[in-house]
Design a protein around this ligand. Structure first.
Ligand code: ADP
Length: 435
């Protein structure tokens, strides 16, 4: 069957968030890391999410990368394109949401798109074009202090107006409350007035449902992962998507179980402590890593010893703020981070080459380092462990079999995440023993 949805996400965790929601709504989904240069296995796949790192780069580069992703998705036959950005509309007056949406619309030959950042279940709502985080306006939510994309204006119609030369309109809650057909008529009348971008109010799941119904045949939709959760039902109603019993079904998981944690977020520290009550772990220290290869060799030997019985075993650099500061004061922030990320990449690469087949990584940057050390290019998205964190599986370039991989950004997951993740994987797939 041809690909139904091709998504372009402006960052890695945002891509996973959307892919996870698509699977939960019944689509079989693969996430690819950057625009693939070689062929990707897309059998039994309804949706592909291309993960870019285009949120905070110059607008011209973001446009070029997004157009390359679109060209690739069109080659795969994608019926609808979804430009995914953050539910807090992370961008600056220079872009990149407006310039990328304009370029995609032009390339698709389409006259209009909608902007639906809201994710009501996570407290992101839009009313009269104003974006709220919980009960605060976006510009009073803490996002006004973001280091790269400070959001100082909650009025998305006005804010997007700085990013595009084209008129920006609004589909208000009053319009949505009249249903999908009335909403579509409103969008069409705005299109007659050359309004290319329509900011859409969204207070709840019902509004997302109305919007998804109104725009299901748009060549381009844009927004957060909330809209992604609402669209698959509309595809099914039109007969474009067949019901799938287990869209997050993964192949048999095999191999030993390893956790690599480079996140120092509060949730991760609690997860590390919880894991160590039940399983072995080795603390990586950036100061020792800076002294030479010995410390890394010790970590590797420790992991091998404990993996001999299948694991799980944990290697962690996660440390409380005082220890992190002490390392950073001696080494510098960047060098301390690099040493840890490099070590995590090396450990992953060696141990996956040997017998690790089930790997949990904690930390956004750490995940990036591990995935690139492993040369992972695509992730089949499986079932969810905790909100926003699915198991995935990836073919390993030059290696046999599939690697089961869970990439957890810092603050995600319950306290028992590291132990429960493997139990969830076992439930999801029939597991082979590692011996
Ligand atoms: P999170 O998702 O929690 O933000 P990241 O992996 O994105 O986690 O970021 C954590 C950063 O801190 C990484 O660059 C990592 O290498 C670095 N780091 C991890 N442990 C230490 C430590 N003990 N001292 C200094 N830096 C560390």
């Amino acid at each position: 069957m041809a690909l139904l949805l091709g998504a372009i996400a402006d960052d890695f965790t945002g891509a996973t968030d959307l892919a996870n929601n698509l699977v939960r709504a019944g689509m079989r989904c693969v996430q690819v890391l950057g625009v693939p240069d070689s062929s990707v296995e897309l059998t039994d796949v309804d949706a592909v999410v291309v993960a870019l790192k285009s949120r905070s780069i110059p607008a011209d580069d973001a446009v070029a990368q997004s157009l390359a992703a679109l060209a690739w998705l069109q080659d795969q036959g994608a019926r609808q394109t979804f430009f995914k950005y953050c539910s807090t509309f992370d961008s600056t007056e220079a872009g990149n949401i407006g310039p990328v949406a304009d370029a995609l619309l032009k390339r698709l030959g389409s006259r209009q798109t909608v902007m639906v950042p809201a994710f009501p279940i996570n407290g992101r709502t839009v009313y009269q074009g104003l974006l709220f985080v919980g009960d605060r306006l976006l510009n009073e939510s803490g996002m006004e202090h973001h280091p790269l994309t400070p959001m100082t204006d909650a009025d998305l119609v006005r804010f997007l107006g700085h990013q595009t030369p084209h008129p920006v309109g609004l589909a208000s809650r009053t319009v949505l409350s009249r249903g999908a057909a009335a909403t579509r008529r409103h969008l069409d009348s705005l299109a007659e007035q050359n309004v290319r971008h329509v900011i859409c109010d969204t207070l709840d799941e019902n509004d997302l449902d109305v919007l998804a119904d109104a725009v299901v045949d748009y060549p381009l939709v844009t927004g957060g992962s909330g809209l992604g959760q609402a669209l698959p039902d509309k595809y099914r109603q039109r007969g474009w998507l067949q019901p799938v019993a287990e869209p997050g079904r993964l192949a048999k998981a095999s191999g030993c179980a390893l956790v690599l944690s480079g996140s120092c977020s509060r949730a991760t520290l609690a997860q590390v402590a919880h894991f160590l009550e039940h399983h072995p772990g080795f603390a990586l220290d950036p100061l020792s890593l800076a002294e030479g290869d010995k410390h890394l060799s010790q970590a590797l030997a420790f992991a091998r010893e404990h993996l001999a019985s299948g694991g799980p075993v944990l290697i962690y650099a996660s440390a409380d703020p005082e220890r992190v500061k002490a390392a950073q004061d001696t080494l510098g922030v960047a060098r301390a981070g690099e040493l840890v990320e490099h070590a995590m990449g090396q450990l992953a690469s060696c141990l996956v080459d040997e017998e690790v087949g089930r790997l949990v990584v904690a930390g956004g940057e750490t995940s990036g380092a591990v995935v690139s050390a492993l040369g992972v290019q695509q992730l089949r998205i499986g079932g969810q462990i905790d909100p926003g964190v699915p198991w995935t599986q990836s073919p390993m370039p030059g290696r046999e079999g599939l690697l089961s991989l869970a990439l957890k950004s810092g603050n995600f997951g319950g306290e028992d995440f590291f132990t429960r993740a493997f139990a969830v994987l076992d439930e999801m797939t029939a597991e082979e023993s590692c011996a």
